[in-house]
Design a protein around this ligand. Structure first.
Ligand SMILES: Cc1ncc(COP(=O)(O)O)c(C=O)c1O
Length: 452
């Protein structure tokens, strides 16, 4: 008894020395987005017109996006001011906390210090709200009244539904069928904010009907859903298209994550040796990584950057770096990116947001230039990591985020092997509260690793 009480006292002393959360006040919310294009030693290859194979001009994007987002797509200014209305909306949940994962560190018995940025506190449950609010604002500012979009896991559709309702826009969401069926409450969430949502492939567009004719049981994919949303927006004057990842302006909006994290790591008195994010289209990875990459590009740090993808949809680790369409039907401009081919049909894994055949051109460029490393994991090993994280840190992560957690744990285990004090930072891109069917499958032993 005496022994155990002493032990408790000793543990309390150790615990009280380690701060667990680093919280910024509201007035430290970033005032600008950080544009990495200003600091790149080599500019990324431009998007091309599929017919002429010449770089596209704004006129090709104008039917789909408002002018300010097209401007941001090609901007080279280092900082772009965040409008006050968007900052006000961000203050619903930003700045988000940075956590020191002391529970996980202890469980792993590692000398590494593990930090994570907690984007799961957004009301829609993920980092996607950062760009959703900005995109809804810029569309409304240019007189748009309706948006069309796709959603993979449902996180993006939820975030845009919330943002559309805040800025008074109508919204139609094409939700990848497998997620629509796996996650009925994501659909209810989207509808709660007044948006329409249909499973994709749907009968509402010719792209959807073509896929259903060839394969009536198609589980859908992000590539197919993008084709449907683009067709919807292209066919109506009141509607623009909104994309939750891949494009430069989306990555730009996500840099609020990394800018806050730079300041919070300073509060913690640490500098990351490695920054990790899961990567589907590349936006949350870019969001956490780019503000730290700025320091690396200037030669001030030697930080490593690691993008983590599913083994069943391994665009960065097994794809080719070439021009390809961003969607399945081949209606977008050609983007230079790591791709598995726009006809690649990813297996219906539970990390729906990572089922994309390509990768953001900006992230692809940084991988090609050697600034970013990539790694792929099968889903069961990610769920194992997710539960270890949940049981030590108290948060059930999104299946997408569990890929970053897996890599962070492996980095910490490597540090244990080598006895190194590695500082690891990862982005917790979202929570998994709508993904309990996936956790059920894992816990009951019925979850399998999908083939590529
Ligand atoms: C929680 C979460 N993390 C990550 C992703 C992957 O997207 P991205 O690579 O653009 O961050 C998604 C996409 O839906 C998501 O919902």
């Amino acid at each position: 008894m005496l022994f155990s009480r002493r032990l408790t006292t000793a543990m309390t002393v150790t615990l009280s020395r380690t701060q667990r959360r680093f919280v910024l006040p509201e007035d430290r919310l970033p005032t600008h987005y950080y544009n990495i294009a200003a600091d790149l030693p080599v500019a990324p290859p431009p998007p091309l017109h599929p017919g002429t194979r010449e770089p596209i001009g704004p006129e090709m994007l104008a039917p789909l996006f408002p002018m300010e987002l097209i401007r941001q797509e090609v901007a080279t200014d280092r900082f772009i001011e965040i409008p006050e209305e968007v900052r006000e909306a961000y203050r619903i949940f930003r700045p988000t906390p940075l956590h020191r994962a002391t529970g996980l560190e202890r469980a792993l018995d590692t000398p590494a210090r593990i930090y994570f940025k907690n984007e799961s506190v957004s009301p829609a449950g993920s980092h996607k709200t950062n760009t959703a609010l900005a995109q809804a604002y810029y569309n409304r500012a240019e007189g748009v009244t309706r948006l069309a979009t796709e959603t993979g896991a449902g996180q993006w559709g939820s975030a845009l539904a919330l943002a559309a309702s805040i800025f008074g826009l109508a919204l139609k969401v094409y939700m990848v069928r497998v997620s629509f069926e796996q996650k009925p409450y994501r659909r209810s969430f989207i509808e709660s904010f007044g948006a329409d949502v249909v499973p994709s492939p749907s009968r509402d567009t010719s792209a959807g009907r073509a896929v259903l004719e060839a394969d009536p049981d198609s589980p859908g994919s992000l590539g197919i859903a993008i084709s449907e949303a683009v067709e919807d927006a292209g066919g109506r004057d009141d509607t623009k298209y909104s994309l939750g990842s891949v494009l430069n302006h989306v990555l730009l909006h996500q840099t609020v994550i990394g800018q806050e994290a730079v300041e919070q790591m300073g509060m913690a008195g640490d500098e990351p040796d490695v920054v990790i994010g899961c990567a589907g289209g590349g936006s949350n990875f870019a969001g956490i990584a780019f503000p730290f990459l700025r320091e690396r590009l200037s030669g001030a740090t030697a930080t490593r950057f690691l993008a983590v993808e599913p083994a069943s949809c391994p665009s960065l680790t097994q794809g080719e770096y070439r021009y390809d369409f961003g969607d399945n039907a081949g209606t977008t401009p050609l983007l230079k990116m790591y791709t598995l081919g726009n006809d690649f049909r990813p297996a219906p894994i539970h990390a729906g947001g990572l089922r994309y055949h390509g990768m953001a051109p900006m992230v692809s460029h940084l991988v090609d230039q050697g600034f970013v490393e990539a790694k792929a994991y099968p889903q069961t090993t990610c769920f194992e990591a997710a539960l270890q994280f949940a049981r030590t840190e108290g948060i059930i992560p999104a299946p997408e985020s569990s890929h970053a957690i897996r890599a962070a744990i492996d980095e910490a285990l490597e540090a244990r092997e080598s006895g190194e004090e590695r500082v690891i930072l990862f982005n917790l891109s979202g929570h998994g509260h709508f993904d309990m069917a996936a956790y059920d499958a894992y816990l009951s032993g019925s979850l399998e690793d999908a083939p590529r």
